[in-house]
Design a protein around this ligand. Structure first.
Ligand SMILES: C[S@@+](CC[C@H](N)C(=O)[O-])C[C@H]1O[C@@H](n2cnc3c(N)ncnc32)[C@H](O)[C@@H]1O
Length: 445
């Protein structure tokens, strides 16, 4: 047993050490210190004392895996899923929900300080998800076939095997039962061809309407109609089945096999008719809270012109339209941009214009922009995105981020471009995982 090390005498891979877990990192691991060197250990909670085997040695940090827990932290709760240790789906099940919230709030603050370079950012209290379990309206399971064995589930935490899932406690019930039905059907000989060509299956369920949909992602095209019809018979409230091709061969839009390719979603009283291949927030219990914070940050008086960048189907734009003189939405995905056009039009929002294009290349837009709502994908807007947004002369920018690190990076670019961070508010859209959404308000100096 190695009890202590210095930078010059690092332990080796395979050594077993005793560690006191100090902090929850932003990610799947917690952090302990071994003579000042950070050791990242998954499946541990701050306050645990563990015996752990070193799995990786780097100059500035180590990684280790728990061999045994010597003293359990009071922040631990029992696992809620028998395959939590193998499955890569969620990482923080063992942490009490209060502790998850604290760790996420701290992660947002730390990122803004360390990466963003803001000395003392006003990070407001995190908003909890109204549901800690069974909140996901969408899940993608991967399909693995080996001989006569067919598995459907998430990828394992390590390696690339699929961990078969009977039920996932994060999924809404309808998502879960739909995927179980898919799993049962592809296990039968009747649908062998479909099973062998399936890369993955995505199930969606709308909380507001109860409608469900299935997307089949195929490695090679085979007839899927009989399979889709069987699903329609077996899954209550399934509105349709669509398919697309995997990877580089993906088509810009899904093709409908049977039924409809759209779901009706609700956020409070607002209705969004969404194509099954368009992005929509995955925690419908917390999405109305997110929209409330965006409304608060945008602080519209009814006269402002709003640019919704990375707008998806117009989640924020629709919610803000009644207090704006004009809404311009920019979205790269054809399916989402088309949905946004239809949604604005159905709500009679004549002042809205939708551009199907990349934010990076959006160029000049007609009319001025007062307030920007920017909700980029995980990697953030980056230099090009922010440069494109910055040229429109807006005085307020509401940044909605699903990764605090990307938010922090972009916040530093914004500061250099003349923006101040006023406040940031984390919202927990993803309980049991380390992921956290943040709304950050920037104003031009
Ligand atoms: C996190 S989602 C946000 C969507 C929407 N704001 C919402 O909350 O429903 C990010 C969106 O950005 C779109 N997107 C990704 N890269 C883009 C780009 N370079 N320009 C414009 N839109 C992009 C994606 O298609 C997706 O709809």
């Amino acid at each position: 047993m190695v009890e202590s090390v210095t930078a010059d005498s690092l332990p080796s891979v395979g050594d077993v050490v005793e560690l006191d877990i100090a902090d929850q990192a932003y990610g799947p691991d917690s952090v302990a210190r071994l003579n000042g060197i950070a050791v990242f250990v998954p499946d541990t909670a701050p306050g645990d004392r563990v015996r752990a085997r070193i799995t990786e040695v780097h100059k500035r940090y180590l990684r280790a895996r728990v061999v045994s827990i010597l003293r359990e932290s009071s922040k631990r709760v029992p696992y809620n899923c028998p395959i939590a240790h193998q499955c890569g789906g969620c990482q923080w099940q063992y942490l009490a929900y209060d502790e998850q919230l604290r760790a996420k709030e701290r992660a947002v603050r730390d990122a803004l300080v360390r990466i963003g370079g803001w000395a003392d950012p006003d990070v407001r209290a995190i908003i909890a998800s109204p549901r800690e379990w069974r909140y996901r309206n969408k899940a993608r399971y991967w399909v693995e076939t080996a001989g006569d064995q067919r598995r459907i589930g998430y990828y394992a935490r390590s390696g690339d095997a699929v961990v078969p899932i009977e039920t996932c406690p994060l999924n809404m019930d309808g998502v879960d039962t739909t995927l179980t039905t898919v799993g049962r059907l592809i296990a039968s000989e009747t649908h062998r061809d479909v099973a062998e060509s399936l890369e993955s299956v995505i199930a969606r369920e709308s909380l507001g309407s109860g409608e469900k949909a299935v997307r089949l992602i195929l490695r090679r095209e085979v007839p899927v109609r009989a399979f889709a019809e069987a699903l329609m018979r077996e899954v209550p409230a399934l509105v349709g089945v669509t398919y697309n091709r995997a990877g580089r061969n993906a088509m810009r839009r899904d093709r409908v096999v049977v039924g409809s390719g759209t779901l009706t979603e609700y956020v409070g009283a607002l209705e969004y008719r969404v194509s099954v291949d368009s992005f929509f927030q995955i925690n419908p219990f917390a999405t109305p809270l997110l929209v409330d914070v965006v409304r608060e940050a945008a602080a519209l008086d009814g006269v402002e012109s709003v640019l919704e960048a990375y707008g998806g189907v117009g989640l924020s734009g629709v919610a803000l339209a009644e207090r704006a003189s004009r809404v311009t939405l920019v979205e790269a995905d054809r399916s989402a941009a088309n949905d946004a056009r239809r949604i604005f039009s159905k709500r009679g929002i004549d002042s809205a214009t939708v551009y199907e294009r990349s934010v990076d290349d959006m160029g000049d837009l007609p009319g001025g922009v007062d307030v920007i709502v920017c909700d980029p994908p995980r990697q953030g807007a980056g230099r090009d995105g922010i440069a494109a947004l910055n040229r429109h002369g807006a005085y307020r920018l509401v940044y909605v981020a699903c990764d605090p690190t990307a938010l922090a990076r972009d916040s530093a670019i914004l500061r250099d471009a003349g923006w101040n961070l006023h406040w940031a508010r984390p919202i927990d859209l993803f309980p049991q995982t380390y992921h956290v959404e943040t709304v950050a308000l920037f104003e031009r100096r």
